[in-house]
Design a protein around this ligand. Structure first.
Ligand code: AHG
Ligand code: MN
Ligand code: MN
Length: 342
């Protein structure tokens, strides 16, 4: 017997539309298209071990990394869904060097652009470990009815109108925000619908989990190593040592920390002053989500959402998660900055 009314993601999106002043339905429709594309990608992800989709295309993406077949599949699915949506005038994807401007008459009139990491954690595909999709939506700043331009994509993260991720994990989830809190939906594969399962998610102020690739310790700055030592230190009063958890798919690491409380870090390193993660496709959408859930995201000393992007594939160090933990690592970083600037 069903006791509670099940709310599907599509119903939820439509109901929420009326909370926006002057809502005209375009964002609702755009979100529907993203949800639909996510279901198609989910279908392929679930079959990844069965069909000849495993392995690599042999090509490298714009970051010089090997592209798995599923990355390109996801990129193409989201692109074609957004191209035909009529609500999106262009897309910037981690898998494409430049942005893609849609030429159709309807698309040119559309008022939104989308930034997307079609498949996050791609090194985990072949080993059946959780992966994800991250998306971010902005209102264009160029005039409608002409092609979009680079400035439409190089907006500060605080200008996002919506952001979210799909986690292809032990279950498939979609978590998104339009700036009015964060809600999570779990896919019921038997009916093919995402159903509201995590209403108004709030991240705990502090947690017990720290996530960082510790194999890079020799390349971290002193303050990052000091913070990692702090996480490992015995201290009953502050519930330490914390547990170390690192999946290698940002979506999965972020999602766990969002629910349980924790911090995810990808800092600057020697030779990689901006870390690895991309501001437009990974840092900004996750920063918008975490702030909407009561958390924090910084590059160590500045709010991620206040960074002005200057290039599509720009990277940024990131410290994201429970606010008390992000503040704490910030104290270590600022201390080191004070010492080195004096
Ligand atoms: P992508 O698969 O989209 O390139 O992203 C991988 C990212 C992110 O998901 C993860 O947190 C990080 O790379 C892992 O990097 P390391 O292997 O350097 O720790
Ligand atoms: Mn990624
Ligand atoms: Mn990716």
């Amino acid at each position: 017997m069903i006791n509670n009314k099940v709310i599907t993601l599509n119903e939820f999106i439509v109901n929420k539309q009326w909370e926006f002043p002057f809502a005209t339905g375009e964002l609702t429709s755009l979100l529907h298209d993203i949800v639909f594309a996510a279901k198609l990608v989910n279908r392929e992800v679930n079959k990844a071990g069965l069909v000849d989709i495993l392995g690599t295309t042999g090509d490298s993406n714009v970051h010089g990394e090997e592209v798995k077949k599923l990355d390109m599949f996801a990129h193409e699915i989201f692109l074609s869904s957004l191209r035909t949506s009529g609500e999106c005038c262009g897309v910037a994807s981690e898998e494409s060097t430049g942005f893609i401007s849609f030429k159709g008459a309807e698309s040119r009139k559309a008022k939104y652009v989308v930034c997307i990491d079609p498949l996050d954690g791609s090194s985990n595909i072949d080993v059946n470990v959780s992966i994800g999709t991250i998306f971010s939506i902005y209102e264009r700043i160029s005039t409608e009815d002409v092609s979009c331009n680079i400035d439409d994509f190089l907006q500060m993260g605080r200008k996002q109108v919506a952001a979210g991720y799909v986690l292809y994990g032990s279950s498939t989830m979609m978590v998104y925000t339009t700036g009015y809190g964060v809600n999570g939906f779990t896919l019921d594969p038997s009916i093919g619908e995402f159903c509201l399962s995590h209403r108004d998610i709030k991240i705990p102020a502090k947690g017990k989990i720290y996530s960082i690739n510790e194999s890079y310790r020799a390349r971290f700055s002193k303050s990052i190593n000091q913070y990692v030592d702090y996480c490992k230190e015995e201290d009953k009063a502050s519930n330490r040592p914390y547990s170390s958890r690192y999946i290698g798919s940002m979506v999965a690491d972020f999602h766990r920390n969002l629910i349980k409380g924790g911090i995810f870090m990808y800092p600057a390193m020697t030779k990689y002053p901006n870390g690895k993660l991309r501001l437009l496709y990974e840092c900004n959408p996750m920063a918008f989500l975490v702030e909407q859930a009561g958390g924090m995201a910084t590059n160590g000393y500045e709010r991620i959402l206040d960074l002005q992007p200057t290039a599509l594939h720009q990277r940024s160090p990131i410290f994201i998660g429970s606010p008390d933990m992000v503040k704490k690592v910030g104290e270590f970083i600022n201390q080191e900055r004070l010492v080195t600037t004096n």
